[in-house]
Design a protein around this ligand. Structure first.
Ligand code: SF4
Ligand code: SF4
Length: 457
């Protein structure tokens, strides 16, 4: 029998899910600001990669302690979602533990849920400790990591702890009520059983605690779901598509610019016919920049990368440029791309302020023109990159920071001729001498003559 409580639940759940869908649509629009790129090839290799890196957390296990703690939280998230399904059905139809008919499977599920919920609480407390007390360097506030990421992480960790305690409150009160009424509660509750007398034996109080715990748990989950798109924890959703669409080519292999490739092919073979340029909706040819100046010059995958970033700092902590005191931080490159995309897309996240604006800190603005290049990322940062790929290798969600750096650099070189003087000298040498050195091709074998010792015979 559907009651007022169920109708209220239906409205709350409908609002929560509706808001989440609205946010996802905004994010999709923002990602589609990027250029199109075909990444649907080789689905079997992509699925394998997703199973290993996203589901299997393969890259996390390079650092054992955070990997194990993260695994508790991650598996807890996956398994506890099954219980959310039951809560939704109970909430809508006024049933009580509707999946109880699954018998031993339900017993096992509830037991695993409880153990994982306890492990999630322990892991979250340790994560809070690492962030706020021991201040692990890569997580601590630094030049590019200002207050927001730290607060964001604390909000999520505390919310997860509250959600788990609410679940335990519900289970403990429910268990005790069942015992008082002499009926068997479906399920097995190894943790709650140990605390079954924690709330006393008054049936009215227990019913209130069970109800409050149940509501806090479900409202907390809906709020958490709607907070995610504004948070670095959005990676729990985005990691899967992001890893699926990540680069399959060897890391060191750079992409070429198709327009330049066609031009060179036409130079080498006059009969070569370059493909017709793409047309916009008005039928005009789309003229693409060489390289990237702003977010619309990057691909949708590069923009998706920025929504997937967990802001963990692994990339920056292994970046040789950053370690040796240069301005570059690959994490900042990704966060800047996200900030600029949200600004340009005019679909800002509900809660997350621009990483800099929220502290009133001015960005380094070296021109009036507001673009990703210079408005957010300076050439000095870009030229500090050694293209070593250490950041790409270390990223647990397969973000390709280097591809964004390279596209921004390409713009500087190809559109502005704004490479550092040493590189410009090398470009000239390659153009004139076919090699990076300042010697003509005719001198190339001089070294052999210097070594040549004529035979005495
Ligand atoms: S590729 Fe560039 S940004 Fe990435 S780790 Fe190497 S130097 Fe740093
Ligand atoms: S780009 Fe990857 S490694 Fe770097 S902070 Fe983001 S998630 Fe971590």
């Amino acid at each position: 029998m559907i009651q007022l409580e169920n109708i209220i639940f239906l409205i709350v759940a409908g609002l929560g899910i509706g808001l989440f869908v609205w946010q996802i649509r905004k994010i999709r629009k923002n990602i589609l600001i990027g250029r199109d790129v075909e990444l649907a090839d080789n689905p079997s290799e992509r699925i394998n990669k997703t199973l290993l890196v996203a589901f299997g957390q393969q890259k996390m296990f390079k650092r054992m302690l955070p990997a194990v703690l993260h695994l508790f939280v991650y598996v807890g998230f996956l398994v506890i979602n099954i219980e959310v399904l039951e809560i939704m059905i109970d909430g809508v139809f006024g049933t009580h533990r509707v999946l109880g008919f699954l018998g031993p499977f339900y017993d096992g599920l509830m037991a695993v849920n409880e153990i994982l919920a306890a492990l999630v609480i322990i892991a979250c407390v340790i994560f809070l400790w690492r962030r706020n007390v021991t201040k692990v360097p890569r997580l601590a506030t630094g030049v590019e990591m200002r207050a927001w990421p730290k607060m964001d992480a604390n909000v999520i960790l505390i919310t997860e702890i509250v959600l788990m305690f609410a679940l335990f409150a519900f289970n403990i009160a429910d268990l005790k009520l069942a015992a008082l009424n002499n009926h068997d509660l479906p399920g097995s509750f190894p943790v709650s059983s140990a605390f079954v007398d924690a709330f006393g034996s008054d049936a009215g109080t227990l019913a209130t605690i069970a109800s409050v715990g149940w509501w806090i748990h479900i409202i907390g989950i809906l709020a958490f779901m709607n907070y995610l798109p504004s948070s670095k924890h959005f990676h729990i959703i985005m990691a899967f598509p992001n890893v699926y669409f990540s680069k399959l080519l060897p890391k060191g292999k750079f992409t070429t610019n198709p327009a330049i490739t066609h031009e060179i092919k036409a130079m080498l073979d006059p009969s070569y016919q370059p493909p017709a340029p793409e047309l916009d909706v008005d039928g005009n040819p789309i003229v693409q920049r060489f390289g990237a100046k702003d977010v619309e010059d990057l691909t949708w995958k590069q923009l998706m990368d920025s929504y997937t970033c967990t802001e963990c700092g692994r990339c920056t902590s292994v970046c040789p440029a950053n370690i040796t005191g240069k301005l570059l931080s690959p994490r900042k490159i990704v966060m800047d791309t996200r900030d600029r995309m949200e600004e340009k897309g005019e679909h800002p996240a509900i809660f997350a302020p621009n990483h800099y604006k929220e502290l009133g800190v001015e960005r380094v603005q070296i021109t009036d023109e507001k673009t990703l290049l210079r408005g957010y990322i300076t050439p000095e940062e870009l030229w500090a990159c050694t293209t070593c790929n250490a950041c790409v290798e270390s990223c647990p969600v397969n973000i390709d920071q280097l591809s964004t750096i390279m596209d921004l650099r390409r713009y500087l070189v190809l559109e502005e001729s704004a490479a550092p003087a040493s590189l410009n000298a090398m470009f000239t040498n390659i153009e004139n001498n076919g090699a990076p050195w300042a010697f003509p091709p005719s001198d190339r074998f001089n070294w052999a003559e210097d070594l040549y010792v004529p035979s005495k015979n």
